[in-house]
Design a protein around this ligand. Structure first.
Ligand code: AMP
Length: 287
């Protein structure tokens, strides 16, 4: 496995892969890798001749400076994990290598077809512009046949699909396929996240109430008189009742349009919860 830090070197390697007729898979990450990332990389390795993993804490998608500063970084450990899974190339550039000073201010502006109107888009202004800015750049550099994203960041996955299929950038990435992968959880139910590293052992215990409540809500939704509104409120109340947790939002939306829905068919519930200072996200599909 080779670690690349320069765009020019990356482009040269990609050209050589293309000349050999190899298929290319890409897994974009921000590092601090765990088994959730591992599942994406494993699938990528099994479906492509060559696997590239990017490890880049993208400053333009952070609307909160402190969150950016505190984001865990562990390239050496990440490289060991990626090597053991069979990734071929790790692209780990500096911010200066990725962006000009102007681009660093996230002057990128993108039409999301309304998919960013709520949830993460509403709570983190500019976040998805930054995501699309970095992901589109990675797509141009790596020219993958397939790119892998986790359903853990469900709205992000929907927006990447939109970017590739419907936006003004559609068609500019060749026949690129976007592949969504299921959430990987600890045995306890807690969704794996790089941000879990910032939780104390007690906070980690407290955070279990998030997934526990989401799973319980699958049963609540089956009760004879269950309504989406009532289940949504019950989830919010149950999580807020736990000391140390505070719900930022819980929305039950259509899995494709991400618009609020009144039925559980094709619905997904997306939650963001503060556990102490750490912002955690999770989601659950009702059908
Ligand atoms: P991040 O490093 O947080 O930007 O995540 C990189 C990719 O890994 C994204 O596509 C995430 O959705 C995905 N991912 C993060 N956590 C998980 C998880 N627990 N299960 C599956 N995929 C995940």
């Amino acid at each position: 496995m080779q670690i690349i830090t320069k765009k020019a070197e990356l482009e040269q390697i990609v050209r050589a892969c293309k000349m050999r007729g190899q298929t290319i898979g890409l897994v974009p990450t921000m590092g601090a890798l765990h088994a959730g990332h591992g599942s994406l990389v494993r699938r990528c390795v099994s479906e492509n001749d060559v696997t590239f993993v990017s490890v880049f804490v993208n400053p333009t998608q952070f609307n909160n400076k402190e969150d950016l500063l505190k984001y865990p970084r562990s390239l050496e450990r990440d490289a060991e994990l990626l090597h053991s899974i069979g990734a071929h190339f790790v692209f780990a550039p500096t911010s200066e290598e990725m962006y000009t000073a102007e681009e660093m201010n996230n002057t990128f502006s993108f039409d999301f077809g309304g998919l960013d109107a709520m949830m993460e888009g509403a709570m983190r202004p500019g976040h998805f512009n930054g995501v699309v800015q970095v992901v589109s750049r990675l797509f141009y550099l790596v020219q993958p046949d397939r790119a892998y994203f986790g359903e853990k960041d469900y709205q992000q996955l929907a927006i990447i699909h939109y970017m590739v299929e419907h936006s003004s950038l559609a068609g500019t990435f060749g026949d690129l396929q976007i592949i969504g992968c299921p959430i990987v959880r600890e045995e306890s139910g807690l969704a794996l996240s790089s941000r879990n590293e910032r939780l104390s052992p007690e906070e980690k215990q407290t955070a279990l109430a998030i997934s526990r409540t989401l799973f319980a809500s699958l049963e609540w939704a089956k009760e004879p008189k269950a309504t989406v509104q009532a289940v949504r409120q019950r989830v919010i109340d149950a999580i807020n009742a736990v000391e140390g947790l505070e719900v930022e939002y819980y929305q039950i939306v259509d899995q494709t349009t991400l618009l609020p829905t009144d039925t559980f068919g094709h619905a997904i519930g997306c939650v963001t919860v503060y556990c102490g200072p750490v912002r955690l996200i999770d989601n659950i599909k009702y059908a």
